[in-house]
Write a protein that binds this ligand. Structure first.
Ligand code: HXC
Length: 510
């Protein structure tokens, strides 16, 4: 007869084996790690505290009473990432395809509740065939319980989803409501209806990868933030991301010891902006040179490249950066870039992460495609997000700040706290040539005068001084001293207190 300790060890060993060695081998053959291997890689060595290892389903239909696995297809618990607490669930594809049963959902809900109560991020490693087919509506109810918790946790604790296998049907809506989605190339996909249903309904023939793979979701749909070649790369980047984030809305972002001098001068920034205002330059160079140790974590790098959203640290503290990128579409605001930046600004504001905005924007992208797809509402998202944000906001206009886009990009008028401009800044209703064409429309016969008038307009408005005279710019600064000025600005704002009028919640233009 087994002693209790032996029985315990035997049960633990069975639980650790999930759906058995054959299925584990098959998981490895697909280039995927198992649920437990993923947890081990994600968390600090030896930090994982598992819950509900012996939970199994209660279903007796379709012979399920003889088909029970301890843990029921999901590994849950908490651990640490660089000594900071996180809660994690990791779906085990070797057990009924990681499908979600009533009890599987209960395990996930338990750790979500604990994460919110204790103020720690939730990280979900998704690898699942969806609702456990044998359980019918009970598993749908389980999904709904998870969804409800995603909604209530939103803005309370950071939620990160890593898609590491199938994620289809309504199941996609749990990751969709989390803050960040990472995907693994060629082994993960997300779609509401798969290729077979698509073929039946629309007669389109498309592979799972093309319909909802990592490439599609990080370049076209923008459902996911980043794509990685394998499980290991994805999990190590989750660790890096978590290092930038506060554990909950109740906390300030983490401060990491920095060896980079906040007074560091970068003479190369003085020549970053070309003399010709029509030539592009790479704003990422400025971001890297401002950041502590040049360490930048860029989100959605493959989508809407005309705006950059990234996390950096200044004097060790996390700062969210939004920057127009002149290399792509001249850095204009369009639907995609407005949506991308708006969501980022709202994340930063929800979690008390100060925002640095680097502005070089010639305006909103013209065209029927933009107008008919609702640039008005989508552009308003970014305007709204900046205007409602109460975190410290520091803005640097590097070159163009034209028209409505000038106002949107964290201008003084949207409660920008400290607004700087480089001497190359041009703050105007529009570019000089366009302005002259409108101002002298009735006088177009005198073409020879256009060049003189353009030069006149440029002379008057293509500089930061008119705005500075009005106090819309607090100071014109040398590019080389941007890091020092911005570090000092955020230091001066660290005890900022600002709140919006009391209300149930706002009604951002969705
Ligand atoms: C129960 C499932 C399952 C499910 C897979 N399995 N999905 N068991 N419920 N939903 C089991 C399989 O029977 C198999 O068991 C094992 O998991 C591995 O599955 P395979 O098919 O062998 O693996 P693979 O070839 O890699 O294909 C994976 C798959 C496919 C593409 C996910 O299994 C599949 O299409 N499954 C059904 C997906 C689905 O229709 N789900 C319901 C979606 S609706 P054995 O014992 O052989 O290892 C939904 C609604 C959510 O989710 C609504 C929320 C509101």
């Amino acid at each position: 007869m087994l002693t209790v300790a032996e029985e315990f060890e035997k049960r633990r060993a069975a639980a650790r084996l999930g759906g058995g060695q054959k299925r584990i081998d098959s998981q490895h053959d697909k280039g995927k790690l198992t649920a437990r291997e993923r947890v081990e890689l994600l968390l600090d060595a030896g930090s994982f505290e598992e819950f509900d290892m012996f939970v199994s389903h209660r279903c007796t239909d379709f012979g399920m009473q003889d088909n029970r696995y301890p843990g029921d297809g999901v590994v849950t618990g908490w651990g640490t990432i660089n000594d900071r607490q996180v809660y994690v669930f990791s779906q085990d594809f070797t057990v009924a395809g990681g499908s979600l049963s009533e009890t599987h959902a209960e395990k996930i809900c338990k750790i979500m509740d604990m994460a919110v109560q204790n103020g720690a991020p939730i990280i979900g490693l998704n690898d699942s065939g969806g609702a456990r087919i044998q359980e019918g509506v009970a598993s749908l109810a389980g999904y709904a319980e998870v969804f409800q918790r995603n909604i209530l946790a939103s803005g309370a604790v950071p939620q990160i989803s890593v898609i590491m296998g199938p994620c289809a049907g309504g199941a996609v809506y749990s990751p969709a409501m989390t803050d960040f989605i990472f995907m693994v190339r060629h082994s993960s996909y997300m779609f509401v209806t798969g290729p077979d249903v698509v073929k039946t309904v629309t007669n389109e023939v498309i592979s799972a990868e093309d319909l909802g793979g990592a490439g599609t979701h990080t370049t076209t749909s923008s459902v996911a933030d980043m794509a990685f070649d394998n499980d290991i790369a994805a999990l190590s980047e989750v660790r890096r991301l978590v290092d930038f984030l506060p554990l909950s809305h109740r906390e300030k972002p983490p401060v990491r010891r920095s060896f980079d001098d906040p007074d560091r001068i970068e003479p190369s920034l003085d020549t970053l902006v070309p003399d010709n205002p029509n030539l592009p330059y790479d704003i990422k160079e400025a971001i890297a040179k401002i950041a502590d140790e040049g360490d930048v974590f860029e989100l959605q790098p493959d989508f809407a490249g005309n705006i950059i959203t990234s996390f950096i640290r200044l004097e060790g503290s996390t700062v969210g950066v939004v920057a127009n990128q002149p290399m792509v579409l001249a850095g204009c605001l369009d639907i995609d870039s407005s949506r991308k930046a708006a969501r980022f600004v709202r994340f930063c504001d929800a979690f008390e992460i100060p925002i640095l905005t680097l502005v070089d924007v010639p305006g909103f992208l013209p065209g029927t495609a933009q107008e008919h797809s609702g640039i008005i509402k989508h552009g308003a998202k970014l305007l709204f997000a900046y205007g409602e944000a109460t975190v410290p906001k520091v803005t640097v206009i590097t070159r163009k700040a034209y028209g409505g886009a000038y106002v949107v990009m964290a201008s003084k008028h949207l409660r920008g706290d400290i607004n700087y401009a480089w001497p190359s800044a041009q703050i105007a209703v529009m570019g000089a040539k366009g302005a002259v064409e409108i101002l002298y429309r009735s006088d177009s016969s005198v073409a020879a005068l256009t060049a003189t008038r353009t030069a006149e307009y440029e002379e008057r408005f293509s500089n930061p001084f008119i705005a500075a005279e009005r106090g819309f710019i607090d100071e014109v600064i040398f590019p080389r001293s941007t890091r020092r000025r911005v570090c000092r600005a955020f230091a001066a704002l660290q005890n900022k207190k600002l709140s919006n009028p009391a209300k149930k919640h706002d009604n951002i233009p969705l």
